[in-house]
Design a protein around this ligand. Structure first.
Ligand code: FRU
Length: 719
């Protein structure tokens, strides 16, 4: 019954293609879709019991494979080794095509063996930290061996970073696959400030290397758009004006227009929309282009606040860590002035801090000018700590003696340095994953260059949060009284410990205390050298801005304090007073009584950007509710609990009163309650159409002692 159908199908095919184009069907050699490797012979541990369903524990997301499963030798991590060998098969097509990913090494390969000889070999693309777990297609012309028997071997003999290989979908075919251009390049004479690179969010990452006069300078993993880009990433090449620049791409589809499209100009593309884009936070710092995460190097130097930040200039998501740089006179109006620390041979530039070395202990000072010193993690293999310095707050030089601190363990990063007045030396707190724990290692130095370990503070076991990453360490006076100063050790998730700092040791009174009560606030850092000795903190605010050429932002700058509570001293957060500069119009609505069914006191106000300050005596009200542009803020006076966009937080009444300060931007809301004991940052994507505000009381009656609504303006526009 089947034969006639096949014959018919054959003739239909002939009619369609004509004789000359008739090609034999592809032969699938292996697609790795079962539980086991079947007839393939396995040695060692690296390949696990069978094909993996995508990524394995601890691995970045794996993409580009076909079907549900693939060969993934990350089983038990990078250090495991092993091999997979196919049964013999007949080479009966001209091309052998496969998907390959993972590390780049002669110890990580897919090999073709014929008559006991290895005749072809291929490896992955990654030989640096970062990179991509995307499999991509490669092929060999095997026409010379048609009719012979071959064996495929997948080898993982590599340990350490990128010590794994991923393989899938091995096919024999007579159709020549589309070629990739290897090391495609384009050369420019640098005449303008920027080269504009076309970016496709989520596209395959390509290794893009910039060569200046033939010398390799910096490499990045970039989702280059082969066709129409989502946005353009400016690559600042002003440092090399007049020189010859070559952009080299590890591989590019032969029909890609990425290199051809690159243009030069002195301004970033679409500059007319800059800071006016529909989803741009208007008084929260965000980068002009690309991704930001942690604030870094927060410092006041020569009359300016400096905010450095983890920046991916060439992607909408995390990667290619540079230190971006912005300056401000008031912490409110920021000017982004370009990246200062670029990835180098020691790795990408991870988080760190900055200090003003006013005694010039480092010797980096010049003509009596104290140097600004950045202390950062170079997250290569090994992962080490380095420093860079500047005497003008604009140009930075990496210290020639880097690293200043070698790797403690692979999981060591995010140095925060402070000057300890008592011992007249520098103190570094460094996150170290050590002996199965999150720890903070304290180091001392006389000069920022030579560091010795002083002590270790333990946090949680990896997997939970306390003292994981980005530590900060600072003194705060309890109730503003300098003679009652306590020290705070803060982790990235904002949980903290309180204690004393004596002769270089942190003696803990209370630990695992809760910090913020919201969401999407992480890796905050306090500013060093603030002239009026306020402790000002700024956090990475995880505000996602899809469809925009930038992503993520920073929180408001927050003034920290310690107040005495029944449980001991606890940290408080307040928006800094400089934010008052953003006020353009004030509505004073208190004092009034409000009961259920009363008309909405905020009815007549419409504003996109808001600051609201209110003091309320809840009386017998069961609930006090605000709806600000769809953001629900509810207070339950019985439970003394606040809910912000569904996020609940304990917010005790203070002297029987609820005091709330609310800042609302396009990207979210930050609510301060209980005299700063309760800080609830909540990213939220406002509906641009809805600027309505609402306040009501549910059951009972509350007394609104004061209610001030300030309409705010954008901080990006004229100061
Ligand atoms: C925290 C963090 C840091 C690291 C940085 C890298 O968000 O993981 O520990 O230095 O991000 O971007």
């Amino acid at each position: 019954m089947r034969a006639p159908q096949i014959v018919l199908g054959f003739f239909l095919l002939l009619g369609h293609l004509g004789w000359a184009e008739l090609v034999a069907q592809d032969v699938l050699v292996a697609d790795f879709e079962s539980d086991t490797y079947g007839t393939w012979k396995v040695t060692g541990e690296a390949f696990g019991p069978g094909p993996a369903r995508g990524k394995l524990p601890g691995q970045m997301a794996v993409s580009g494979f076909q079907g549900e499963r693939l060969v993934n030798s990350f089983f038990q991590g990078d250090d495991a080794t092993g091999s997979l060998t196919s049964p013999e098969f007949t080479i009966d097509r001209k091309f052998l095509v496969f998907l390959l990913g993972g590390g780049k090494s002669s110890k990580l390969s897919l090999d073709l063996w014929i008559e006991g000889q290895m005749v072809r070999t291929a490896t992955g693309a990654n030989d640096q930290p970062g990179g991509s777990e995307e499999l991509s297609q490669q092929f060999w012309d095997v026409s010379q061996w048609v009719g012979k028997k071959g064996i495929l071997r997948i080898l993982d003999d590599a340990k350490g970073s990128w010590g794994h290989i991923n393989v899938d979908h091995i096919l024999l075919t007579d159709t020549k696959p589309k070629e990739f251009l290897i090391d495609a390049e384009r050369t420019f004479k640098a005449t303008e400030r920027y080269l504009h690179l076309p970016i496709k969010n989520g596209g395959p990452k390509r290794v893009v290397t910039l060569l200046v006069d033939g010398r390799r300078t910096v490499r990045n993993d970039i989702e280059l758009a082969d066709g129409e880009p989502d946005w353009w990433a400016p690559m600042d090449v002003s440092a090399w004006r007049g020189q010859t620049l070559t952009l080299r791409v590890d591989k590019l589809r032969e029909d890609s227009t990425a290199l051809a499209r690159i243009e030069q100009s002195d301004a970033i593309k679409n500059i007319e929309d800059l800071y006016r884009e529909p989803k741009r936070g208007l008084f929260h710092f965000s980068p002009k282009r690309g991704w930001n995460n942690d604030p870094n190097g927060c410092v006041y130097y020569n009359g300016e606040y400096h905010l450095f930040f983890q920046h991916n200039p060439y992607g909408w998501s995390w990667g290619n860590m540079h230190w971006g740089h912005a300056v401000s006179k008031d912490l409110v109006h920021w000017e982004e002035i370009g990246d200062v620390l670029l990835p180098d041979e020691m790795g990408p530039m991870f988080s760190g801090s900055a200090v003003v070395d006013s005694k010039n202990t480092s010797g980096f000072g010049k003509d009596g000018q104290a140097p600004l010193v950045l202390i950062y993690t170079a997250a290569g293999n090994p992962t080490v700590q380095g420093i860079a310095y500047s005497t003008d707050g604009r140009h930075f030089t990496k210290y020639s003696g880097n690293p200043v601190l070698g790797q403690v363990t692979g999981g060591n990063r995010d140095p925060k340095v402070i000057w300890d007045e008592a011992t007249q030396r520098w103190v570094m707190v460094l996150y170290v994953e050590w002996q199965g724990k999150h720890t903070v290692h304290f180091f001392n130095s006389p000069n920022l260059k030579d560091w010795t370990l002083a002590s270790i503070v333990n946090g949680d076991a990896p997997g939970s949060g306390f003292l994981y990453e980005c530590p900060d360490f600072f003194p705060l006076p309890v109730g503003g009284q300098p003679e009652r100063t306590k020290w705070v050790l803060l982790g990235a998730n904002s949980e903290y410990a309180i204690g004393d700092f004596a002769s270089g040791r942190f003696l803990v009174d209370a630990t695992r205390l809760k910090g913020h009560r919201g969401k999407g606030f992480y890796a905050a850092q306090s500013f060093s050298d603030v002239p009026d000795s306020r402790r000002i903190l700024i956090g990475w605010w995880q505000t996602e801005t899809s469809g925009m050429p930038f992503n993520q932002s920073m929180s408001l700058p927050l003034e920290l304090g310690l107040i005495q509570t029944d449980d001991g001293p606890r940290m408080t957060y307040a928006p800094i007073k400089e934010l008052e500069k953003l006020r353009v119009r004030k509505h004073t609505l208190g004092e009034l009584s409000l009961k259920q069914g009363d008309s909405n006191p905020l009815e007549s106000i419409r504003s996109e950007l808001l600051e609201i300050r209110t003091e309320i005596e809840p009386g017998d009200a069961k609930q006090i509710v605000m709806n600000l542009r769809d953001v629900m803020i509810e207070y339950d006076p019985i439970e003394q609990e606040l809910s912000v966009a569904g996020q609940r937080a304990s917010a005790p009444l203070r002297d029987g009163k609820l005091r709330l300060t609310i800042y609302l931007d396009r990207t979210g809301v930050e609510v301060f309650a209980s005299d700063g004991l309760c800080y609830v940052p909540m990213p939220f994507q406002m509906n641009p159409e809805n600027t309505k505000l609402f306040l009501e009381v549910r059951q009972g009656q509350a007394k609104i002692l004061s209610l001030d609504v300030h309409e705010l303006r954008s901080a990006w526009m004229a100061k």
